[in-house]
Design a protein around this ligand. Structure first.
Ligand SMILES: [Zn+2]
Ligand SMILES: [Zn+2]
Length: 112
């Protein structure tokens, strides 16, 4: 028996993926583009620690980066803090912006 089923694999909601800044694909090692290592820090990924960062397409190439929770948390926080300055909805009323709320909830979830 394994405990794989009971571990909580984090996944970034598809709507929020475009808001999270990733390193440039051409600068990454093969292991990082394959999701074997954290796309930011290069930590070795296991099923329990990996966060799925969704599907990305660069120059016609599909890749599926993964990251450790610590790096993901930092990236999500940066995305949340950066977002309002580039969002018309946030300039109008940040309380009803789904993207901002989604990023914030994701950050809280990663902080647990
Ligand atoms: Zn990492
Ligand atoms: Zn917004």
């Amino acid at each position: 028996m394994t405990s794989v089923q009971s571990t909580q694999l984090m996944e970034i909601p598809a709507a929020l993926v475009p808001h999270i800044m990733l390193p440039r694909l051409e600068l990454l090692s093969d292991a990082r583009t394959r999701g074997a290592e954290c796309v930011w820090g290069g930590e070795r990924m296991t099923g329990e620690t990996a966060v799925d960062l969704g599907k990305h397409t660069d120059g016609g190439l599909n890749w599926f980066p993964r990251a450790c929770r610590r790096c993901t948390r930092a990236a999500v926080r940066a995305a949340r803090d950066y977002h309002p300055g580039s969002c018309e909805q946030c300039a109008d009323n940040a309380d009803i912006c789904d993207v901002r709320r989604g990023l914030h909830e994701l950050f809280i979830g990663l902080s647990r």
